[in-house]
Write a protein that binds this ligand. Structure first.
Ligand code: FRU
Length: 507
């Protein structure tokens, strides 16, 4: 059998074997996080808002449950929460003089027809800029859509950038209004550099500057993003450069780091040499921000996995989940130098089903509080807890079979927040490590936590999202159905706690 027909046969088998279990109700399937119906997904791509529609393209292997045959999958939404799947937007190039996989990239709205692709089309259209991963090199290509983003036509002059380099990828393009030009940030992975290029027409690009090596270098840089974010409490905005490193994250494998600074149209200059991490967990990678947002908001989506184990996780018939979209801003943080990125998840209030708890309480070591999720394994809670000089609070998110993921606060150790996913039996892999903790202490004794729990994924936002833990977990004997709040060695005041079960976006 030829390779192609083998792959088709395996895709068919995968489709047939899913019949037993209704799609989107598998035990590990998140209910309000985006995942593809079947097969393998990694990075978010081409995030763009156009004519009232949020487009979500993504790295997709439509043939297997591991990476390969990369194409751009596609989904659309009008509220960033409910997604409709559309056909593959940019397929792998398997025939013709040039072949290659369609790697990560971005999409822009060319409403002034700077590219000339949209002659006679009022309002212009979408242009995708992506890496073509050819057998011997990676080049940057451009394609345009005349049907609102459903399908793309390759630009005949491709590639638009070719360094004859096997590692040169992940262009993030955006409109830089002060310079009336397009700017591209693209990774030179093994050199640990982000290169900036400028263009007036999306076709001809000139080199502007290089950033790096800087921060944590890891093995390579991937998926750079340069964008502006509001500085809280001011009318100012600042520039943030996010770089994905893989492998070589402090927690192992893949992670995003960021630099705060200024971009003058040519050069990005970091305010200081400090690289900060966006997450203290292990499942937040290849984050990308939306282009063309209605009010210039910085809205980010990340891939909730890690290259160290993503191709082995026990989900079926799909692999890959995205975070809930997050609004980004900067806060001057008194306990750190400079500004830190604050991540605020999109409000899920429209998905609220049952109120699981709403009020205040005190938890002492001999009186834990148990909150049932009332039959749902998808819920959220927001709380402000106050501890003393010692003791801990453990919020055990658990099923009825002894498996649990713990979100905790440790006042014995300066109020650090931790996440432990070790008491779960669904997945074992040497890199799927268990314990994560914040890098910043919290000495005022009062801590705000906002957690999103969704069958096999967890997002924890600490103190309004100044520190975030994104984590997958796999409970073999059923997803979580309750929370046990347990105090150790001290009484904990729960000043406020709201918890809601959340409806599925897939039904
Ligand atoms: C990041 C990445 C990118 C690349 C894509 C391939 O996760 O390795 O650098 O474009 O995935 O799927």
């Amino acid at each position: 059998m030829k390779k192609q027909s083998l792959l088709l046969a395996s895709a068919f088998l995968l489709a047939v074997s899913t019949v037993a279990q209704p799609l989107y109700d598998e035990p590990y399937r998140p209910q309000y996080h985006f995942s593809p119906a079947t097969h393998f997904m990694n990075d978010p791509n081409g995030l763009v808002f156009f004519k009232g529609i949020w487009h979500l393209y993504y790295q997709y292997n439509p043939l297997e449950l591991v990476a390969g045959h990369q194409a751009w999958g596609h989904a659309v939404s009008t509220d960033l929460l409910h997604w409709k799947h559309l056909p593959i937007a940019i397929p792998e190039m398997t025939s013709g003089p040039v072949t290659g996989q369609i790697f990560t990239g971005s999409a822009v709205v060319d409403n002034n027809n700077t590219s000339g692709f949209f002659n006679g089309v009022p309002g212009g259209g979408l242009v995708a800029i992506y890496t073509l991963n050819e057998p011997t090199k990676e080049v940057q290509n451009v394609a345009y859509s005349l049907d609102g983003g459903t399908s793309y036509i390759e630009y005949k002059g491709n590639p638009v950038l070719d360094l004859q380099n096997p590692n040169f990828r992940d262009p993030k393009v955006f409109w830089y209004a002060p310079g009336h030009s397009w700017i591209m940030a693209v990774a030179l992975p093994r050199a640990h550099q982000v290169l900036f290029y400028g263009s007036s027409d999306l076709k001809n690009w000139s080199f502007l500057s290089a950033f790096g090596p800087a921060g944590i270098e890891g093995f390579q840089y991937e998926c750079p993003n340069l964008f502006q974010v509001p500085v809280q409490g001011t009318n100012d905005k600042k520039w943030v450069l996010v770089v994905a490193i893989n492998p070589g994250a402090p927690v192992g494998g893949s992670i995003n780091e960021y630099f705060v600074g200024n971009f003058d149209g040519t050069t990005f200059t970091a305010d200081d040499g400090v690289a900060r991490l966006m997450d203290f967990g292990k499942d937040f990678y290849a984050v990308q921000t939306y282009n063309n947002t209605p009010n210039g908001e910085a809205i980010a989506v990340g891939w909730m996995s890690n290259w160290q184990y993503t191709q082995d996780v026990p989900t079926f018939p799909w692999r890959g989940v995205f975070t809930v979209p997050r609004f980004l801003s900067l806060r001057q943080n008194p306990t750190q130098t400079g500004a830190v990125l604050v991540q605020t998840p999109l409000s899920l209030s429209s998905l609220r089903d049952k109120t699981l708890f709403n009020g205040a309480t005190t938890i002492s070591p001999d009186s834990p509080l148990t909150i049932s999720s009332q039959g749902s394994s998808s819920f959220e809670f927001r709380t402000t807890v106050v501890g003393g000089d010692k003791g801990r609070l453990n919020i055990n998110i658990r099923n009825g079979a002894g498996e649990q993921v713990t979100v905790g606060v440790d006042w014995d150790h300066d109020g650090q927040v931790y996440v432990n996913r070790g008491q779960t039996a669904g997945f074992s892999n040497p890199y799927f490590t268990n314990d994560f903790s914040t890098w910043e202490s919290n000495l005022d004794h009062s801590i705000e936590l906002h957690a999103l729990v969704d069958r096999s994924v967890l997002e924890v936002f600490v103190d309004d999202g100044v520190q975030v833990c994104t984590s997958s977990f796999f409970m073999r004997n059923g997803p979580p159905t309750e929370m046990q709040w347990q105090a150790e060695n001290s009484t904990v005041l729960v000043e406020h706690l709201e918890a809601y079960s959340l409806k599925s976006i897939w039904r």
